[in-house]
Design a protein around this ligand. Sequence first.
Ligand code: 5RP
Length: 228
Amino acid sequence: MGKTENEKRLAAEASVEFIKEGMVVGLGTGSTAEFMIRRLGEKVTEGLVLTGVPSSERTASLARELGIPLTSLDSVDKLDIYIDGADEIDADFNMIKGGGGALLREKILAYNSKFNVIIVDSSKKVKSLGKFRLPVEVIPLAHKKIIDELKGLGLDPILRKVDEAEYRTDENNYIVDLDMSTHKNAQELNATLLAIPGVVETGLFINYVNVLIVGNAGVVDVMKVDRG
Ligand code: 5RP
């Protein structure tokens, strides 16, 4: 296993220690979240009782394969804990997410969770957000108009494609990936994007983190975040 993979695994396995008997656990999406879900599967096999709420179809099928019982968000009051990866996280614990295309369900779960744990390898920590393109989920009907507007805002929008075809999210929407590197105020940019009709959600996660776990050269740093 390479250095990055090992850091992901270390962070993911440390996060599982936050899960207690009987909890409703939001399950993130991506390669780091996958390490966490696999460890959780082992814990369930060993007898830990919990219920998972998946943030994507991909995560749901992995969880089912591992024997993790699942339910829907609507069947529970709040998630006790939500654990997920990130594409970038800055010094104020603001994040870019959605590289794996699941940003909408991920943000809904994070918003409806009592406690959010983010697990990353050390490459994800950045001084300021924006080297990674910001994913934005849009309604297909409006995507051309939205792309024109985003071009006008200097965000260099690229419609996400897989093998020449438009990428479709679990909600059957499109994703546009933006260059936000010259936009330093994430909160302002988020509000600007959400004000465009047809923009469903952005991959900017502002003020969501309770605990950040970073895998770093063979050890883990666990940071508790004061969210004021
Ligand atoms: C998926 C996400 C992931 O958390 C993000 O892309 C990080 O992925 P990985 O753990 O594979 O690096 O937001 O929509």
